[in-house]
Design a protein around this ligand. Structure first.
Ligand code: ADP
Ligand code: MG
Length: 580
């Protein structure tokens, strides 16, 4: 290993939480007895909470929503109107504000399913703008441009909370509660699956992850948290005006998320304290204030692109030991019970890309536990065939049945859930994940307990592929051949009935290749059917039960491996071409 490579058994020291606690304690100490300072402190708590919610959609789901400011505003109006008309009991106003903001997000959410990333950003912005116009123009309810005034002080379980210290404590208490609440979503296999979704969407889908649904859940949750923060806002000022619906708060949430780090709660604390207080500290610079502010922002983006907390931890001289791995769960490689009858029936599949015919009528069937090898020159349609079975591409004609059921219209994640897994010719590499976590990302479940289970099962699969020694290393440290094996382990995590492998042996050394062959044979013996696309015929011949050869989208031979290799048409199309 080169000297510059990080020691895989050492990781960054995580100092976010103590750092944030320290900054906050200092903030309270300095603000005591000063009403204005306490109000700023309360406001920064609300900004931090809003940004924490925004981290879910922006940082974790990887979707650019421009709705977070409106969610805060909706929460503020809902809470203010209830407080004036009914009660200022926070146990009522906060949930009501969360429901209002979450419901509004749910109304916009169908756009998430249908629209691409940029269109989604615009749709959320349009939704926010409509809400602002409603706030300005629906005078009988919102008070129009004047807003809602005369809001009584907040009460918590009947106890009246004065402004000042109580409200500042409450704002940061809400933040702490929100941190505790989102942990469920930001730890465990679910969160790893989100990383896969952001960095390798094809692999995520092929692993049974319903990305639109996860994005939707996080979008609604982020809005609800923004609404909760908004619910406290009317009590800090005693009024609410359409200003809360303007773009300023959205920009603040965005800036806090970028500066603090898009997935770090501690970053939200530090950046919210900074953003809210900076105008005060820089007040002496008067008209240069905005220039200075802009320069600071730019410097952060340039020198700490992952945010302040990550940048700081990265530069610390200390490292901590990576905790030891849990024991591998045994017998995890055992797969689905064998089914009777054909597993997969491909009939008359055709696929064209513009003028190119990638597949011109392919028909074949596969039995449980069978290994079908596919060879053919480059561009003959091998990957396209796997894509059509896996759902990454749709056929123009022909039918596709799996366990007797037509699957040609199912999206990839549904096919994966039905038992079809695949590996990719170019294996997905998620920069922040270890080899083991790239595998565990596919498991269902939330929280650390589920994570332990996913990891021990993942470790058993890496052991099975003789990669356990590298389990804790970042994916970026693996060779392409090893990354491909990790991708195979990811696919096996689904306990598939049918496994589609695209050139799994490419980039492997001879010994690794032999071991891969043994592992694949063992899988088939346990009942998994395999379609293995591979250039190396010497690898396929002892492994495959049958061999197929594609040429220009046609199946020119199908049968026992030795016979297919000897077939004159195959010799001319493939071996002749290979020799040329
Ligand atoms: P193989 O895996 O056998 O090398 P492919 O299935 O990747 O071949 O490709 C078959 C043919 O279809 C090639 O001519 C390729 O250029 C074309 N093709 C594959 N995918 C696409 C695509 N997404 N868009 C356009 N052409 C494609
Ligand atoms: Mg290919």
């Amino acid at each position: 290993m080169p000297a510059s490579a990080p020691d895989p058994h050492r990781a960054r020291l995580r100092i976010g939480a103590p750092l944030a606690a320290l900054a906050l304690a200092l903030g309270f100490l300095l603000a005591l007895g000063d009403d204005y300072a306490l109000r700023l402190l309360a406001l920064s708590g609300l900004v931090a909470t809003t940004a924490l919610g925004y981290q879910l959609v922006f940082g974790h789901a990887g979707a650019i929503s421009l709705f977070q400011g409106a969610a805060f505003g909706l929460g503020a109006y809902a809470s203010a109107l209830i407080a004036r008309a009914l009660t200022s009991e926070l146990l009522l106003t906060i949930p009501a504000a969360m429901l209002t903001a979450g419901f509004a997000a749910l109304l916009i959410a169908p756009a998430l399913r249908r629209l691409g990333a940029h269109a989604f950003a615009l749709a959320t912005l349009a939704g926010a703008e409509i809400l602002r116009l409603v706030a300005v123009n629906w005078e009988s309810v919102t008070g129009g441009a004047n807003g809602v005034a005369g809001i009584p002080p907040a009460t918590l379980v009947g106890v009246e909370l004065p402004r000042g210290l109580a409200l500042a404590l409450l704002a940061w208490g809400l933040f702490a509660l929100a941190v505790f609440g989102v942990r469920w979503f930001t730890r465990g296999p679910f969160a790893l699956g989100l990383a896969l979704m952001r960095e390798a969407p094809l692999a995520a889908e092929a692993s049974g992850i319903d990305a639109p649904r996860r994005r939707l859940a996080l979008f609604v949750l982020s809005a609800a948290i923004g609404g909760a923060a908004g619910a406290l806002h009317p009590f800090t000022l005693g009024t609410v005006s359409p200003e809360v619906m303007e773009i300023g708060l959205l920009i603040t949430a965005l800036v806090v998320t970028v500066i603090g780090g898009s997935r770090r709660p501690a970053g939200a604390v530090l950046a919210a304290l900074l953003i809210v207080h900076l105008p005060e500290w820089l007040r002496g610079f008067e008209e240069f204030y905005l220039i200075l502010f802009g320069a600071l922002l730019l410097a952060t983006v340039l020198f700490a692109p992952e945010g302040l907390v990550d940048a700081l931890e990265e530069r610390l001289p200390f490292r901590r030991r990576v905790p030891a791995l849990p024991a591998a769960t045994q017998a995890t490689v055992a797969l689905q019970p064998a089914d009777r009858g054909p597993l997969l029936e491909i009939e008359g599949i055709e696929k064209r890309f513009g003028g190119v015919t990638a597949l011109a009528g392919v028909t074949l069937a596969l039995a449980p536990g069978e290994i079908l090898g596919i060879i053919g020159p480059n561009g003959s349609g091998k990957t396209t065939l796997l894509n059509i079975v896996g759902g990454q591409a749709r056929a123009d004609a022909g039918s596709l049945r799996f366990l007797g059921r037509d699957i040609s219209r199912l999206p990839p994640h549904r096919r994966a859930q039905a038992g079809i897994a695949r590996s990719f010719q170019t294996p997905p590499v998620v920069p922040g994940l270890s080899a083991l976590d790239s595998v565990a990302a596919v498991a269902p479940g939330f929280g650390t307990q589920a994570l332990q289970e996913a990891r021990s099962r993942g470790l058993a699969l890496l052991e099975f592929l003789d990669l356990a020694a590298r389990a804790q290393e970042p994916m970026t440290a693996l060779s392409p051949g090893q990354a491909r094996l990790v991708d195979l382990a990811r696919a096996l995590m689904l306990r598939p009935r049918l496994l589609l492998l695209d050139e799994p042996a490419a980039g492997l050394a001879d010994a690794e290749r032999a071991e891969l062959g043994t592992a694949l044979r063992r899988l088939a013996d346990q009942g998994t059917a395999l379609i293995v696309v591979e250039h190396d015929v010497e690898f396929l011949i002892p492994l495959a039960d049958r061999l197929a050869c594609l040429e220009a989208g046609r199946l020119i031979a199908l049968g026992p491996p030795a016979a297919v290799r000897g077939n004159p048409a195959v010799q001319a199309a493939y071996f002749g071409a290979a020799a040329a």
